[in-house]
Ligand binder design. Structure first.
Ligand code: WTA
Length: 709
């Protein structure tokens, strides 16, 4: 760590190397954590790091497991015998629902566990106490049990941001049913693929929910989901439909006789019923969370009960700095890993009050989050760079008008630009709140890189050092270590396992090993964890002070507003349009959403480029994936730039869309098409006013290397 923490250095790093991604950026100055925060922080003594040094691994992580109540204590902290399928706290037995509900109901039944804030401001917020949560979770568990669901079965939720979602998750967890929540913004078809992949025969959904002022019909997606799952051979025999307003029905689609049931009707038959939590093995799965990768098939990341819950409880305590009396609000969606770990499981395991907001942050105006914060007394706030950029754009002066006080704020999901970070710090946090920039992934269960908020100074744009007990290193393609302070970027890998790491990809164990562990493993038979570095798929640089700066994905996944979209998924959707012969998705730098998608398609001979074809591609993507994946532009081009072996050169079209240098194109099979496409795309973009700002070095590198393995 640098000695003078407030010294702003303008150290321009300009070294570059052919083998590595060149990095070239300004070092930012440090911000010390506010003294008032430090005085109350769960971790304020730097000595805590000594409890998590490499020589104390893996026993160090028992400190996290000890935050939970176990029916039976573990015999082995970490079992590596089937590397890299790590097993944590082996022999231990526990129940996640008990840990998040029952034990707090016993000690503080009248405290709010969840506060639901409906999007319409005319609707009052609803505080759900731990006692009430206990009742609701038990009743819904009784419903699931009556359907014959039991430990090890899978259930799919396609639920919006309503308290019924955590209730359903905790009810499933109570029985050991493995839940798979699909983000409500995904299409019915996308939910259907995930139902089929997980082998769920029950789907839980809601009739409708509010989004930007509209009560959306959501149940319609359930019918599409069931149909898509059936096409893949998975029958869904029950669709449980929560109603946004019990007794009314917000959807136009009919309920299917024998298959669809209103949950409020079912619950009436189980009023007051108690379902004892099942004592489950630490290594049993808690849930699946699907995420995109480099193939068209999403990966069902399987998380364990004991390891995962320990890790999110521990990191919620030390990194979110959750105390029992805090009011904690994470604006993420529970349909993503952030919501699972840091709205539901982490905060509730610690017995705090967690806010669930239904709608969009800027509805009805850019001050909505600050009104909610004031009204509920929120003191810990958690969101993404995309939300921060958007709120800054539409209401830069709004936070100052509202009397709320955050002690702690989080940014997660994408790199944050230093000037956006500074607005977050100064305007949203009013200079009083500490910020953690947490780097992690669906696969990792919880934070991997972050400052310890009561100890480490903050540095805008860098997530900070490794989280407690995590041993990251940056490696080049050959596995050589890239030293801190070298100014060179490489692949960030984690040398050791940790309790929150996912157990496998559901149904694809070989893909689990090949995607995350094969790259730097030299002995596939080894049962020594040292031989299995975890490949995160992100490029990063480590500064001399040990802080990591995450540059973004090194695979062809596009991070749109903090959501991972696989180019193969986008392209396969486009290829379902009969006229389309070839498709390629590329990222375009965007000031609000970080990246947006642009789609290039070439048509089969005999078809003309018409607005109808373009629209078909758009509809295909929305149908297969969802509106979040909608491309900004669809370019119908005469041909794709290709190598002589016929591979589409995604970096060339990415450069075209971003107005950057296309690089060497002399080795292409059809170099003449590059200029044609450039003219077509760029003149259309200029006419629409889509002129990009000057890109940072990291952004330029991402575009330059996009799609090259
Ligand atoms: C990116 C979200 C920079 C990264 C928790 C990672 C980040 C991917 C950060 C995982 C951050 C996440 N700074 N980039 N603080 N956090 N990312 O699975 O590329 O939805 O690999 O998990 O988001 O996205 P996922």
């Amino acid at each position: 760590m640098a000695d003078d923490l407030n010294d702003v250095t303008d150290d321009e790093t300009s070294e570059s190397s052919e083998a590595l991604i060149a990095v070239h950026w300004r070092e930012e100055g440090y911000y010390p954590p506010p003294a008032k925060f430090v005085a109350q922080a769960n971790a304020s003594d730097p000595a805590i790091r000594e409890q998590f040094t490499e020589d104390k691994f893996p026993d160090s992580f028992t400190a996290y497991a000890d935050l939970l109540t176990w029916y039976k204590k573990w015999d082995t902290v970490l079992d590596t015998s089937n590397a890299p399928f790590w097993k944590w706290f082996v022999g231990g037995e526990l129940n996640a629902s008990y840990n998040c509900v029952d034990r707090h109901m016993e000690t503080h039944p009248n405290k709010a566990a969840l506060i639901f804030v409906p999007e319409p401001e005319s609707e009052a917020h609803q505080a759900i106490t731990y006692r009430e949560l206990y009742v609701r979770v038990n009743e819904f568990a009784a419903v699931l049990r009556e359907l014959g669901l039991k430990a090890g079965d899978r259930i799919t939720f396609h639920m919006p941001m309503v308290p019924e979602l955590p209730v359903a998750m905790l009810a499933a967890a109570r029985l050991g049913i493995i839940h798979s929540q699909v983000f409500a913004g995904f299409s019915g078809t996308a939910a259907g693929h995930r139902i089929a992949d997980s082998g769920s025969r029950v789907l839980v959904t809601m009739d409708g929910y509010y989004r930007s002022g509209d009560l959306l019909d959501h149940k319609v997606k359930a019918d599409e989901a069931v149909e898509a799952a059936a096409k893949e051979g998975q029958e869904v025999d029950k669709v449980l439909v929560f109603r946004r307003y019990p007794g009314q029905y917000a959807s136009k689609t009919p309920m299917v006789e024998g298959r669809d049931v209103f949950v409020d009707d079912l619950l009436a038959a189980h009023k007051g019923e108690i379902v004892e939590p099942v004592a489950l093995k630490s290594t049993d799965p808690l849930f699946l969370m699907y995420t995109s990768g480099t193939t068209g098939r999403p990966k069902g990341c399987q998380h364990s009960i004991g390891g995962y819950l320990s890790y999110v409880a521990g990191t919620s305590k030390y990194y979110q700095d959750i105390h029992p009396d805090d009011t904690y609000w994470c604006m993420a969606d529970i349909g993503w890993i952030t919501g699972h770990s840091y709205i539901v499981y982490g905060p509730l395991a610690l017995g705090t009050t967690s806010v669930v907001y239904e709608g969009t942050p800027n509805y009805p105006d850019a001050a909505r989050p600050w009104r909610i914060a004031k009204q509920l007394g929120v003191n810990i706030f958690h969101t993404s760079p995309t939300a921060i950029r958007m709120l800054r754009k539409v209401g830069p002066d709004e936070p100052a008008k509202y009397d709320y006080h955050f002690k702690h704020m989080t940014t997660v999901g994408e790199p944050i630009e230093p000037e956006v970070w500074r607005w977050y710090y100064e305007s949203v946090g009013k200079g009083e709140a500490v910020i953690v920039d947490t780097w992690w992934q669906t696969e990792t269960g919880g934070f991997l890189g972050s400052t310890l908020p009561g100890i480490d100074p903050m540095k805008p744009g860098s997530c900070g050092p490794a989280a407690l007990g995590i041993l990251p290193v940056i490696l080049d393609e050959d596995g050589n270590e890239v030293p801190a302070g070298s100014g060179k970027a490489g692949n960030i890998v984690i040398r050791n396992p940790w309790p929150g790491v996912f157990q496998t990809i559901w149904g694809q164990p070989e893909r689990f090993v090949s995607t995350y562990y094969a790259k730097y493993n030299k002995d596939p038979k080894s049962t020594d964890w040292h031989d299995w570095p975890y490949f995160a798929g992100d490029g990063a640089v480590q500064a001399a002070d040990g802080y990591f700066r995450i540059l973004g994905r090194v695979d062809d996944v596009i991070n749109v507003a903090g959501h991972r979209l696989g180019t193969k998924e986008l392209e396969s959707a486009a290829l379902t349009v009969p006229e389309v012969a070839e498709a390629a998705a590329v990222p375009v730098v965007d000031d609000i959403r970080g990246r947006v998608v642009e789609m290039y398609v070439a048509l089969k001979p005999g078809y003309d480029a018409t607005p109808e074809v373009e629209n078909k591609v758009k509809v295909a993507i929305e149908t297969d994936i969802g509106k979040i994946a909608r491309p900004r532009n669809i370019w119908i081009v005469p041909d794709m730039p290709k190598t002589r072996s016929g591979k589409i050169m995604r970096r060339v079209i990415a450069a075209t869309s971003n107005f950057t240098d296309t690089g060497d194109i002399t080795t292409l099979a059809n170099p003449e098409v590059v200029e044609k496409i450039r003219h077509q795309v760029q003149s259309a973009k200029l006419a629409k006013g889509e002129v990009p700002r000057e890109l940072s070095e990291a952004e330029l590198n991402e575009i330059k290397t996009f799609g090259s393995e």
